[in-house]
Ligand binder design. Structure first.
Ligand SMILES: [Ca+2]
Length: 169
């Protein structure tokens, strides 16, 4: 997906004793910015697994028919480790295509440098969703993070067919 915005990198100038001006390596050059899904094939984990047929990796395998499925519990969650920090703009969720899509409700989508209690809220979804839904959750602002966590704030099953994390690249 093309993204029109440009990112202005921070530039610095410094003068040395000779009076010469030196540019720092990351100079202020406007660079075109695009966005893409940075979650595909990345490492994932989840709070529990309903059955061995539904591991956490099924949500980033690119196949809308395969599903991750956590067991019923309070605050079930799914996490993807993107590998390094990204500027994240939105998160897309493809709901389970078979049935029970309404279970996806009262959801927090969180972004952080670590998977911990200090993650930032990208979006909260009241819901409920529906079977087979494709939903895009725009973060309230661009968030810096390596981990994206999706959690239901109730006692429920969590299952998703695909998750895409859109970041500036
Ligand atoms: Ca899948």
């Amino acid at each position: 997906m093309e993204f029109d915005a440009t990112v202005i990198q921070v530039r610095g100038l410094a003068s040395c004793k000779t009076g010469l001006i030196h540019h720092f390596p990351h100079e202020e050059i406007p660079v075109p910015s695009t966005t893409k899904d940075v979650a595909h094939g990345k490492s994932t984990y989840q709070s529990s697994t309903w059955s061995p047929h539904y591991p956490s990796s099924m949500a980033v395998d690119g196949n809308p028919k395969t599903v991750q499925h956590a067991d019923i519990q309070h605050n079930p969650y799914w996490v993807v480790d993107l590998g390094h920090m990204y500027s994240i703009t939105s998160v897309e969720v493809y709901n389970k295509p078979q049935n029970k899509g309404e279970r996806f409700r009262d959801v927090d989508i969180l972004v952080g440098e670590h998977h911990d209690n200090h993650m930032s809220l990208c979006a909260h979804y009241v819901g409920p969703s529906h079977t087979g839904a494709h939903q895009v959750f725009d973060c309230s602002r661009v968030l810096q993070g390596r981990f994206v966590k999706i959690t239901i704030r109730q006692r429920e099953y969590l299952h998703m067919a695909e998750v895409k994390v859109t970041a500036l690249v």
